[in-house]
Design a protein around this ligand. Structure first.
Ligand SMILES: [Zn+2]
Length: 482
């Protein structure tokens, strides 16, 4: 399977329904755009030849295990398998969702035609597995080991493959990292495209339980983004589609089969700049921020899966007193998005709202998702809102202030450890002070600029890191008065 680079379509702000609460600032949220990772259903992630080669290799491995006397013999009388969900989000991350289905098994044997278990088209020609993509921030989640692949059913590891590159963007037939499990009935489950170095430490021949970690979702093999290819065979070596539906009359293999239209909000976020989705294999730059000054521009983002036209999302932004500051609703004009990000730009009020912990809420298909953030003095922002994915620079204390009032302290909240530099420049770009390229741990750092003697004017503190390329410098503005 193949994805083409993310496209961004800009949409006019028209058509928004905005209900203003009494006292709310009369600014209509501006819909900035929609981001949808697109899907080209023309290229398989496992060709027929590759599948045959894997089957031959698995047969050889089974023969080796049998020769060592450790291969479990199939039990024709074993109970039908009941699959659990093959993915698991790291428990410290509380997003309500993190995946989307991009391709089911193809049930139409005619070349050029496709049909999924629900008689829809969410598959591609000759696809024998199911592709579960990660959404949003698939590359970032891969780097951070956020989404595990777990065994859908208990069984024996008959083979595992690791050591292959996991940043693939093309369908070049390169080998993937995978774990192959044989079930009690003699059938198999294939878990493919895993992250390099992530496969279970258990050896071939070992048993795994349902829900046991097998690896991390990656993009090894013929792949253009981190996803799991999950492929199942029964005890007679016949391909199985575990989903039961009007174009696959077999009983479901799932303990709890998810609906075809599994429409939901996967995540909501606040950003100071829209998230950046570079082309494959660039790691996404979320530009998340959870602490804002009054009057700041805030981007409110909702990340959906299986979004259908006509489904209405109800949005609300509530201040520290619980009063609505903005409320609006939105539905997608497109018939179907496997995955979509919609985001709005709002300028937080300077006054007239209760500052402190605010709430961003989206209600969609009967489920309400809540995200808390801070609007107010940044120095007072609780730590939970400061743990962000992007450095934050601010002026400590009064600003503007008298040039004679003594040194200016800049605080830098660093989301991760690393090398960086804080430079203070004047409006003509001349360096006034520089705090060198040394390694610093994550957390809050204070940089003192001895500003005495500096003329009145506007100064900028810039935080710069050597990478990643394309990262914008983060700045804070200090104003010195005579
Ligand atoms: Zn696939």
């Amino acid at each position: 399977m193949r994805t083409v680079p993310t496209t961004i379509a800009f949409v006019l702000a028209g058509g928004l329904a905005l209900s203003e609460a009494a006292g709310a600032v009369p600014v209509e949220p501006e819909l900035v755009g929609v981001v949808t990772p697109e899907f080209d259903p023309s290229v398989p992630c496992l060709t027929a030849g590759e599948e045959e080669a894997i089957l031959a290799r698995l047969a050889a491995r089974k023969a080796e295990l049998a020769a060592r006397g450790v291969l479990l013999s199939p039990d024709a009388a074993s109970a039908p398998l009941e699959f659990g969900w093959p993915l698991r989000l790291h428990p410290v991350i509380d997003d309500p969702g993190y995946h989307c289905v991009r391709s089911y098994r193809d049930h139409d044997p005619t070349p050029g035609f496709r049909l999924d278990w629900h008689c829809g088209q969410r598959t591609y020609d000759s696809h024998h597995g199911i592709d579960y993509f990660i959404w949003p921030f698939a590359w970032l989640r891969m780097e951070q080991d956020q989404v595990e692949v777990v065994a859908a059913a208990a069984g024996q590891i008959i083979a595992k493959v690791d050591g292959n590159d996991d940043h693939n963007c093309v369908m070049d037939g390169s080998p993937w990292n995978a774990v192959y499990i044989q079930h009690a009935d003699g059938g198999q489950a294939w878990y493919g495209h895993l992250k390099n170095g992530s496969t279970t430490t258990k050896p071939e021949g070992a048993m795994v339980a349902r829900g046991e970690r097998l690896g991390i979702v990656g993009s090894s093999g013929s792949s253009t983004g981190p996803h799991l290819h999950f492929q199942v065979f029964d005890g007679n070596s016949q391909l199985v589609d575990p989903y039961s539906g009007s174009c696959n009359f077999e009983p479901t293999w799932w303990l709890d089969q998810r609906p075809y239209d599994d429409s939901a909000v996967n995540a909501i976020r606040t950003h100071d700049t829209p998230a950046v989705f570079p082309g494959c294999p660039g790691t996404e730059i979320p530009n998340e921020r959870n602490a804002f000054l009054p009057g700041s521009t805030i981007y409110f983002a909702a990340y959906y899966r299986d979004q259908l036209s006509g489904q209405v999302g109800q949005y609300g932004v509530y201040d520290a007193a619980g009063d609505p500051v903005f409320q609006w609703s939105h539905s997608s004009p497109q018939p179907y998005y496997a995955a979509a990000l919609w985001y709005w730009r709002i300028d937080a009020p300077q006054s007239g709202a209760a500052f402190g912990t605010w709430r961003f809420e989206v209600t969609f298909e009967g489920v309400t998702t809540t995200h808390h953030f801070w609007v107010g003095s940044l120095v007072d922002a609780p730590d939970e809102f400061v743990s962000i994915t992007r450095p934050r620079i601010a002026v400590l204390g009064a600003n503007p202030r008298s040039a004679a009032a003594g040194p200016v302290d800049f605080i830098a909240d660093l989301p991760s450890s690393g090398v960086g530099r804080l430079t203070v420049v004047d409006v003509r770009g001349r360096t006034m002070a520089s705090f060198g390229d040394v390694w610093r741990p994550a957390g809050r750092h204070v940089f003192r600029w001895e500003a005495s003697g500096a003329p009145a004017g506007v100064y900028f503190a810039r935080w710069m890191t050597p990478g990643p390329s394309g990262a914008e410098p983060v700045t804070a503005k200090a104003v010195l008065t005579p």
